[in-house]
Design a protein around this ligand. Structure first.
Ligand SMILES: Cc1cc2nc3c(=O)[nH]c(=O)nc-3n(C[C@H](O)[C@H](O)[C@H](O)COP(=O)(O)OP(=O)(O)OC[C@H]3O[C@@H](n4cnc5c(N)ncnc54)[C@H](O)[C@@H]3O)c2cc1C
Length: 462
């Protein structure tokens, strides 16, 4: 590797090939905080430098792992000592904003929050939003096809990308920087890279789709008497807000109670006595209209018995107080550690049966265990957190079998939005057919025949 590193220094400069303690002092994984084990970290400044780096790596048969903000939750950024990490931390430029076409062209290492802020500064919005917004990068969002809290209104990252550029394993550059909403000239190649978790190419630039900025955003926390209330409320708000439903996030009581009364971490805006709590948001352009429409929709939901109680945030601080409960992942880790987290999707009507059976089976096996559930319910996506007092790999396997086992029969997925990485690789077959997996292997072979990009991630070695 030393000879190769010398060649890479000639491309990116000595200060941008990091080795030794500087590498191990960096973390590789948000959840565990484990140190980075890569042989070196290479930090190109732009696509041309990255392409030159990959040409050298290809010639030397050198495997690489791409690093964005390292907030991924399935160990996709893990690198072995014989691998190089390619960090996009220097590629953070906003190249252009087109307010008429509603696009922003960026380098892929830019943090999501900077894109949101730049869009707002131009009276536009970039609607992808998630708790890791300050650290995660657009390249990572593309590579994982990130979801978040606005999917019900705007779709996942895939829907926010008009074009992109990627460097392939051999250093060739695929520039597919389309800026139009419509372009049916042959295969839509960008889709190959969105959600492929860095296994088919390294995303270097992207054209993002911006949306009109809506001036009014109203947030409420509501309590539902039962799951029929939750699903009834989802339909009710979808109809009453006429396309303005921006968020529908649900916390099971076990999650809401743990992070409020039980741990004392947050003051509960509503007492934790009902089975389900939903954070719902209404988006609109006129604040008075939006407030009136949202209040009326919540009132009629109350009258119809879909909800038991509601708090409509009256200030940014109140709104933040509600979101802080939902986004307190550190709180979950602190209170349930050692903790296993899962991100699954399944048809919404099957959710109560699935979570009840899950809790029953886990508590039968570990009577002292804890299971808490929350998620982007409107998207069919649940996050399940399980604490059974052990972090041993064989215990995790046992828990995984209980969590993932029922999903195939329900037509669910072992990964709703976090991807497969290393963590879920052995369970991919529960959510994809043998033919689908064979086609994935064909694509991998075509784009990365030497298997240099994010080795062993998503697809296990045959
Ligand atoms: C507090 C918290 C909340 C979160 N909430 C959500 C949520 O609501 N919804 C959601 O979907 N996710 C969520 N996540 C997960 C995570 O933030 C997303 O997966 C995010 O998209 C990862 O971006 P990143 O830049 O940190 O990528 P990284 O963690 O650096 O990388 C993730 C994967 O993408 C690859 N990759 C990174 N950059 C590139 C690139 N330029 N080209 C090719 N491959 C690349 C990496 O090799 C790795 O396999 C959350 C994480 C945290 C810590």
């Amino acid at each position: 590797m030393q000879a190769l590193l010398k060649e890479l220094v000639a491309i990116v400069g000595a200060g941008n090939v990091l080795t030794g303690d500087v590498v191990s002092q960096r973390r590789t994984d948000w959840m565990s905080g484990a140190p980075c084990r890569a042989g070196a970290i290479v930090r190109p400044a732009d696509t041309a430098e990255l392409a030159a780096v990959m040409r050298r790596c290809y010639a030397a048969d050198q495997p690489v792992v791409t690093h964005g903000g390292l907030t991924g939750l399935v160990h996709g950024g893990e690198a072995a000592p014989d691998e190089l990490a390619i960090s996009l931390e220097r590629m953070t430029a906003i190249e252009a904003i087109d307010p008429i076409g509603g696009t922003m062209t960026v380098q892929a290492g830019i943090p999501l929050q900077r894109v949101q802020e730049a869009a707002a500064h131009n009276d536009l919005a970039f609607p992808l939003d998630l708790g890791a917004r300050g650290s995660c990068t657009i390249g990572g969002n593309i590579a994982t096809n990130a979801g978040g809290v606005r999917v019900i209104r705007y779709g996942m990252m895939r829907q926010q990308v008009l074009g992109l550029e990627a460097v392939l394993a051999d250093g060739s550059v695929i520039s597919s920087m389309n800026r139009m909403l419509k372009n049916n000239a042959g295969y839509d190649l960008k889709q190959l890279f969105i959600g492929s978790e860095g296994t088919l190419g390294i995303v270097t630039r992207a054209v993002l789709r911006l949306q009109p900025r809506l001036a009014s955003e109203k947030t409420a926390l509501v309590a539902c008497p039962d799951f029929d209330g939750v699903t009834g409320l989802l339909r009710h708000l979808g109809r009453e807000l006429a396309g303005g439903l921006g968020t529908f996030e649900v916390m099971w009581r076990n999650h809401y109670a743990l992070l409020t009364e039980e741990s004392g971490r947050h003051t509960p805006p509503l007492p934790p006595r009902w089975p389900y709590y939903a954070i719902v948001e209404s988006l609109g352009n006129d604040d008075t209209d939006n407030h009136a429409r949202f209040s009326a929709a919540l009132e009629s939901a109350l009258e119809a018995g879909l909800i038991e109680d509601a708090v409509l945030a009256q200030s940014d601080a109140q709104r933040q107080g509600i979101w802080d409960i939902r986004e307190d992942i550190e709180g979950l880790i602190d209170t349930l550690a050692p903790l296993f987290t899962f991100d699954v999707s399944l048809p919404i009507p099957d959710m109560p049966g699935y979570t009840e059976a899950l809790e029953r089976r886990l508590l039968q096996r570990w009577p002292e265990g804890r299971v808490v559930v929350f998620g982007h319910l409107g998207d069919g996506n649940l996050h399940v957190s399980v604490g059974v007092g052990s972090h041993q790999p064989q215990v995790r396997r046992e828990v995984e079998r209980i969590v993932y086992g029922p999903l195939a029969e329900l037509g669910g997925s072992v990964s709703a939005e976090h991807g497969i990485g290393l963590e879920k690789r052995d369970y991919l077959r529960l959510s994809r057919t043998p033919e689908e997996i064979a086609l994935m292997r064909t694509l991998k072979q075509a784009l990365d025949p030497r298997g240099l990009l994010n080795r062993h991630k998503v697809l296990a070695a045959e």
